[in-house]
Design a protein around this ligand. Structure first.
Ligand SMILES: [Cu+2]
Length: 109
């Protein structure tokens, strides 16, 4: 009986958190003007698919914070898709060539 209960507990845990499950998705945009943004200001910790739309050949989209440091290229444009694990804390995104004016934060709770 004890073993059966343990097995049930394991099955319940696996069902609750399937391997590789995404917590959610996020979008980020840079350009075509001197703007950079993320669709959300605050998200819960977890695994996310981040879709970045880089609409300018003079900007990049650089996301950094606990365990994450990802960027699109400055000269490149198009869509980048990243899979990242966001931990509790503050993440920053910026355009590196214009970091003083083009930046923002994403809070992870
Ligand atoms: Cu820029």
């Amino acid at each position: 009986m004890k073993r059966y209960i343990l097995l049930l507990a394991v099955v319940a845990l696996v069902a609750a958190a399937p391997a590789g499950a995404m917590t959610g998705s996020l979008t980020g945009t840079v350009g075509p003007g001197f703007t950079i943004s993320m669709a959300k200001k605050t998200v819960k910790a977890g695994k996310y698919k981040i879709v970045v739309s880089d609409k300018a050949s003079i900007h990049d989209f650089h996301l950094s914070g606990p365990g994450v440091n990802k960027a699109t290229s400055v000269s490149g444009t198009g869509t980048a898709t990243w899979t990242v694990t966001l931990r509790k804390g503050t993440y920053k995104f910026r355009c590196d060539p214009h970091a003083s004016s083009m930046h923002g934060t994403l809070k992870v709770t």
